[in-house]
Design a protein around this ligand. Structure first.
Ligand SMILES: C[S@@+](CC[C@H](N)C(=O)[O-])C[C@H]1O[C@@H](n2cnc3c(N)ncnc32)[C@H](O)[C@@H]1O
Length: 344
């Protein structure tokens, strides 16, 4: 939706997923220049209602310091341009200044809008590494993979999908909402990640029915399991190190058609266990894995890909999806590879 030179829908999308304030694209043409001196009080109010005062933000609050920084930026720009500032902007800013330390550090959410009206809401930690894990926030490759899945919906329809190292759930929840899989198994190794993932599934899964869900105890590997309109949804503890021949024999037949993973190629000490896991999970029958990696270090990713041959696995590059559904928080390049089993 456009309003004058501000693309309100796009601004909202970026705000809701906490795109850094200095990277926000405000205007339709993305020329980088906004004429704040012509920003009417009415438009200011609309911006406030699409961002800080938006219902979803009231229900699932975003980081207060981010909301403050957004309002401060807007108020500063208006004041610098000698433009009258709407009272509600000052009021909202003052309310955010009164946030206690407890509220500042309380549970925070981001909202990933994928079309004009729908969003995935995720509880997250605001630090990249928290409680000794990288899994409590959404990584760039998860957005890249979610975008790929939206673009390749038909490939996923009717399929049994296993996600490895799923983190807080963006990719899986996007697929559940949009791609009609037959089964979706979220998996991760870290207890805090699995805990937050289960909360996020419950927040977002529209037909979740707590009466038919199985909630696992802390010792159980299955943390959450329920059927929704014929889709089997599970959240399980699945460390790659435990996926071996004996696990395969004892497990109740995890036989996915497609394996997905995002941002799991950053620590080379895990590469052997990840490759072993893929070797055990993939079959020579057309099953494959799609792995999305944020390219921070080209050599690290190459190291993993070069290892695959010794596990009877081969890879080829998958086509990146155009960034058209989600707002992307940063511009770090993403690489997506398809991995298959080859004859030994
Ligand atoms: C960088 S995070 C990415 C999370 C999510 N896929 C995303 O892109 O937002 C890596 C994830 O892999 C999980 N992980 C790391 N090592 C693992 C292992 N050996 N077995 C299973 N999961 C693992 C972590 O717990 C974490 O959730």
């Amino acid at each position: 939706m456009e309003d004058g030179y501000i693309d309100l829908g796009n601004l909202q999308k970026q705000f809701l997923c906490c795109k850094p304030i200095n990277k926000l694209q405000w205007n339709t043409a993305n020329t980088g220049t906004i004429e704040y001196n012509t920003m009417s009080l009415e438009l200011q109010e609309k911006i406030l209602n699409k961002t800080v005062n938006y219902d979803l933000v009231k229900k699932y609050p975003m980081k207060p310091s981010y909301q403050r920084a957004f309002l401060k930026f807007l108020i500063n720009e208006l004041e610098k341009s000698n433009q009258e500032v709407h009272d509600d902007l000052y009021n909202a800013y003052c309310l955010l200044l009164q946030v206690s330390d407890h509220q500042e550090n309380a549970t925070q959410y981001r909202h990933f809008v994928y079309n004009d009206t729908e969003a995935i809401t995720l509880q997250e930690s605001m630090s990249f590494v928290s409680l000794g894990t990288t899994g409590l926030c959404t990584w760039q490759a998860a957005l890249g993979l979610a975008e790929w899945c939206m673009t390749n919906r038909k490939i996923l329809t009717g399929k049994k999908i296993l996600e490895l190292g799923c983190g807080v759930g963006l990719t899986g929840l996007t697929i559940l909402r949009n791609c009609e899989p037959k089964e979706y198994i979220f998996s991760d190794t870290h207890p805090a990640v699995l805990n937050m993932l289960c909360k996020n599934i419950i927040i977002n899964y529209p037909s979740y029915d707590e009466h038919v869900a199985i909630i696992g105890s802390p010792e159980d590997d299955v943390k959450l399991k329920f059927d929704c309109n014929g889709v089997n949804v599970e959240a399980i503890r699945l460390p790659w190190e435990e996926i071996n021949d004996s696990w395969r024999r004892s497990s109740s037949a995890l036989s996915p058609d497609i394996i997905l993973a995002a941002d799991v190629l950053y620590d080379d000490s895990c590469f052997d266990s990840l490759a072993t896991a893929l070797c055990h999970l993939l079959r020579n029958d057309g099953t494959y894995a799609i792995i999305a990696a944020t390219v921070r270090n080209v050599a690290t990713i190459s190291k993993f890909l070069n290892l695959l041959g010794s596990y009877d696995l081969a890879f080829h590059e998958a086509q990146l999806a155009e960034k058209k559904f989600f707002a992307h928080v940063d511009d770090t390049p993403i690489r997506i590879v398809k991995i298959l089993k080859v004859d030994a």
